[in-house]
Write a protein that binds this ligand. Structure first.
Ligand SMILES: Cc1cc2nc3c(=O)[nH]c(=O)nc-3n(C[C@H](O)[C@H](O)[C@H](O)COP(=O)(O)OP(=O)(O)OC[C@H]3O[C@@H](n4cnc5c(N)ncnc54)[C@H](O)[C@@H]3O)c2cc1C
Length: 548
């Protein structure tokens, strides 16, 4: 059995006994078979000495039990690591940030504490998944919609705390931004409520985010300052109608005005749903690409030759070839929600604005009343846009081989870049160059995602294998990418534990003032360093504990 660092076997055994006395023996897991479930199956350190493996796992049932577990952890100085549903694939899975930590698996704390249709909110415990909440709302026939990330098996709490994002309206997509109020067990074992929840008689815990005094909820996002045991989220009313509309523009450099116009419309709240960039020259055309069975149309061989040029795709050549063939270079698919007349007005505004780009063409699909019949939903690729969680994202992107090794998952390199066409073109060029240099299994043209309202996310999923040699190469590629991105001022918004320190080091303004501040808080709230040590590299410099 792995031991937590600097803990003797007798102390560890005594701590486990004390933990079990709180949760019951059946909820303490120590066998290799059980602990295998807490390995990160997408780990780039698989089976290497640095792989973050748990020493044990415990599944408490209540926040009150959590308080007792945290007190015991302090008594024995045992590092603990809470997970909600532990599905953080691509960013660390269920594994702790520091090897030897005891994972606190909150899957049993899966109660929907309160749901209010009239005011549109829910308070959940950490183990509630998007699937759970969706089923609950359907079973009760509540007029509420959820926003979920592409994979629906994760939790509202874990996803929000890791900075996750969904796929419907922009005001709900930022999951931490859409939360309101939380209950936290602090590293000293005290229970605290944030915002209006600090007033025991509060009636507006889920309606008024700021509360009184400094707004501290953000301290629990991507940090290690406490275990969140309840969290409120704003839910949206189901829209009356939904449709998609596609705009195409003919030339490569039309991307620059296109993004400027859409961003202005988005900041004006005229564009509210996700919009997705694709290129008809790569065979992906609007919503046809989202049909499960049909898939995207095959690429025109004339374009394929240019795009797959080993020396790099020359976009001017591709631009000329696309224009000669009468194929628009870019397509942008919009997801539109609301009453039919509202959608029509939004589309009018979008078309009027984008018409300034010569050659722009527009196609609005018929507005459908919601909910759609089941047979219409079945062939859709991503039902997330209809507020329906699924796991279909896992069918995307080939799980093929890399360097003759089977690919078992992906590690995300996720820089945030400016919302301009110039930055998008620069990033597409750069990442295509890296993909070519290392023969990564990607299409030769990848697009930034508009999932954030005011910046692009350029998530690149790098292949993970079970070969230490190939994984070491992938880690080197990530390091190279981080250097390239940092030079351009593109910071990663989220990363896997293997890169926590690397990324934290890039946020170095004024001799690491931010990191030092975060470390000071850590020292003050968690002097024993028991809470998720190593997570997001907070406290590793001050306490000297490993794990970044
Ligand atoms: C193919 C694919 C597509 C993906 N698409 C998306 C996407 O569209 N959007 C997106 O956001 N992500 C996406 N992801 C990343 C990830 O799978 C999701 O974010 C997932 O929801 C996270 O898992 P979870 O909700 O179970 O969080 P958990 O694994 O439970 O939590 C994440 C981390 O937060 C911390 N934490 C969790 N609960 C608590 C708590 N109660 N108190 C304190 N700390 C806690 C822990 O450190 C934990 O490791 C994708 C991944 C893959 C592989």
């Amino acid at each position: 059995m792995t031991l937590p660092p600097n803990i003797s076997q007798p102390d560890f055994t005594a701590a486990l006994k004390a933990f079990a006395a709180i949760v019951g023996d059946e909820w303490l897991f120590t066998s290799d078979e059980d602990l295998a479930l807490y390995r990160d199956s997408y780990s780039v350190l698989w089976d290497e000495a640095e792989e973050r493996t748990a020493s044990a796992a415990i599944a408490p049932d209540t926040a009150e039990q959590m308080v007792e577990l945290v007190k015991i952890a302090n008594r024995y100085k045992i590092p603990i690591y809470p997970i909600s549903t532990g599905k953080n694939l691509g960013y660390g899975g269920a594994a702790p940030a520091l090897a030897g930590s005891v994972v606190l698996d909150l899957k049993r704390m899966n109660r929907i504490v309160e749901i209010d249709e009239r005011q549109g909110y829910v308070i959940v415990e950490p183990g509630v998944s998007y699937f759970d909440l969706y089923s609950y709302i359907q079973d009760k026939g509540l007029k509420l919609w959820i926003d979920c990330p592409s994979p629906g098996w994760g939790s509202l709490v874990g996803n929000a705390l890791d900075g996750g994002v969904g796929v419907t309206l922009s005001s709900y997509r930022d999951h931490f931004g859409a939360h309101c109020g939380m209950e936290v067990v602090l590293p000293n074992g005290r229970m605290m409520r944030t915002g209006m929840g600090a007033m025991p008689t509060a009636k507006t815990w889920q309606q008024f985010k700021p509360g009184y005094g400094p707004m501290i909820d953000g301290l629990f996002k991507q940090s290690n300052y406490g275990v969140v045991t309840k969290m409120g989220f704003w839910l949206m009313p189901p829209p009356e109608g939904y449709t998609t509309g596609t705009v195409t523009v003919p030339k490569y450099h039309d991307l620059i005005p296109l993004i400027d116009i859409i961003s202005r419309l988005e900041r004006s709240k005229i564009v509210q749903g996700l919009w997705m960039l694709s290129s008809p020259t790569t065979g992906t055309r609007g919503d046809e690409a989202h049909l499960v069975n049909n898939g995207p149309p095959p690429m025109d061989p004339r374009f394929a030759v240019i795009l797959n040029d080993p020396g790099g795709a020359d976009m001017n050549k591709l631009d000329a070839a696309a224009q000669a063939a009468g194929v628009p270079f870019w397509a942008c698919e919009f997801h539109l929600y609301g009453p039919a007349k509202f959608i029509a007005a939004q589309w009018d505004c979008i078309s009027d604005a984008i018409r300034a780009i010569p050659g722009a063409q527009f196609k609005l699909n018929p507005v459908r009343s919601l909910p759609l019949p089941a047979e219409d939903i079945a062939p859709m690729f991503d039902t997330g846009q209809l507020g329906i969680p699924s796991l279909r994202t896992f069918s995307l992107g080939p799980m093929i081989s890399y360097e003759d090794e089977d690919v078992v998952g992906h590690i995300f390199f996720s820089p945030v870049i400016p919302r301009t066409g110039e930055a998008a073109i620069e990033a597409m060029d750069l990442f295509a160059g890296i993909a070519r240099k290392y023969k990564l299994p990607y299409p030769p043209l990848q697009f930034p995602s508009s999932i954030f309202e005011r910046a692009f996310l350029f998530a690149v999923g790098l292949p993970v294998t079970r070969s230490a040699t190939v994984n070491a190469k992938i880690r080197d590629i990530v390091r190279e990418l981080v250097v390239i991105a940092t030079e351009r001022g593109w910071g990663e918004y989220r990363t896997a534990p293997a890169f926590y320190d690397l990324i934290m080091d890039t946020y170095s303004y004024n001799d690491h003032a931010l990191r030092d501040f975060l470390d000071s808080i850590k020292g003050a709230v968690d002097p024993n360093g028991i809470m998720s040590p190593g997570r997001y590299a907070i406290g590793t410099h001050q306490t000297g504990k490993a794990g970044g």
